[in-house]
Structure formats: structure tokens, C-alpha cells
Design a binder for this molecule. Sequence first.
Ligand code: PGA
Length: 264
Amino acid sequence: MEKKKIIVGNWKMNPLTQKEAEKLFTNVAKNISTTKTTEIVICPPFLYLEKLKKISLGHSLTGGARKISLGAQNAFYGDIGAFTGEVSAEMLYDIGVRYVILGHSERRGMGENNIDINKKIKSALVAGLRPILCVGENVRDPDHGYFNLVKIQLEECLSGISKNSFGKIIIAYEPIWAISSTPDRKDATPSDSMEMAIFIKKVLSDKFGKDVAGTRIIYGGSVSTKNAKDFLQNGGVDGLLVGNASLNAKKFIDIIKICEALKQ
Ligand code: PGA
């Protein structure tokens, strides 16, 4: 099973203009031409995907942009049809997108549930996209009920997915209480991440069989240049999902470099 490290930038609903999006993407692309050991994915708003794909194809001289894969922040199930306002995984694949974040807590907060996410994961896999499934608890209650919540998220979101597909799926553990946009947020520690990564592996292996225990797990929640190394070395994860810091080219590049400098 593939085990390359992966750094994913989730731009959320940023930046405001296409010009700024192009500038940010190009700045990152120009500085990562030596990347060998780390997969890099940038997930901008839908609207910018096609233009950024074109930029990446045009950067054949440095090769840097070509090393960045594009991801979407959501994709609807099905391919075409009467679903006003939605964009399908097939459409995204067609313009060169290869990853999709699904089940992000901000989308769950708008009403998306595990059943919706399950349908979206299945459609994404059929279309050829690699789903990045987000799971994570709101709070860490003293009775450890949060483990059960994550277990249910995993079991319901991944229900009916064949073992063979797990090599394409990435699980992002994002404790909501540690995400930068959460009011009164708190820092998660690498040991919080490690504990949950072990638990996620156990749930996957119990439910889907030992062979899926190698599914890549990444950590997200206020990842910065200060904590990236610690999470990668001591958090039991194969990569990072970076929100706020991915909007700053220098910080995002530094996080990629930190990842590349670590022994695989
Ligand atoms: P953050 O966002 O790095 O700004 O906390 C992570 C995310 O929500 O994906």
C-alpha cells in the first residue's frame, strides 16, 4: 500500500480573487521543484481549479507546479443531473482534479451527514478521485465518548467500500476544538493525534480487515511551521491537512520542506 507522506492545503473560501489565487499557487509552485518524497495537494475553491490546473501544466520548465495535485473541497454524488448548485466528482476529474476533501467539519456544520458523505466517497472513487475523509470530535469529553463518535463517523462514511479502494482513501483526523477558526480553540498535541491515529487504524482493521490498517492518516487542526515537525514525527500520521497556514506561500512551503527533511 502506498505510504508516501502527503501535505494538503485547504484554502477554504479563500482568497477573494482569481489573481490572488494564481499568485499564491505560483509562489508555492516555484519553490518546490525538488520535492521527491512528499505528495502535495492544494484544494482551492471550485472556481479557481481549472485556471490553476492550466498554470500547473504550463510550468514544465521548473516542474514545481506539476508536482502539485489539485483537490476540491467537496463533490456531489452522481455524475450529472438535476442537482442545482452542485458539482460532481466526474466533472472535477474531467478538468484534472485528483483529490477531494469530504466530510470536513465546516460542511458537516452545514448539515452534511455520514450517509451523504458515504455516497460522495463512493462517487469520488468511481470518478477516479482520491477522497480525503475528515473525521473528528467537537470536544474531548472526560468519558472518552469522542472515540465512539469517530468510530461511527468512520464506519458510516466508509460503509460498503471495498478493501481495494482503501489505498486511494486518506483519513484526516481533525479535532474540531483545535481548528484555527473554532472560537476558544485549544492546541492539540502530537500525542492526541497519535492516540487517535492508533484508534482509527484499529477501527479500520476491525471493520474492514487487517489489510486496510495501512490506510494513510493525516492530522489537521492549526498546523503551523512551529508544530508540523512534531506532528509528523510524533503524531502517528503520514501527513498534514493545513488550513490557515496554506494561505501563506512561505509558511506552506516551509511545512512541505519540514516534511521532506524527515526520514520516510
Ligand atoms: P486550520 O484548518 O489549519 O486553519 O486549523 C484546518 C482545516 O480546517 O482543514
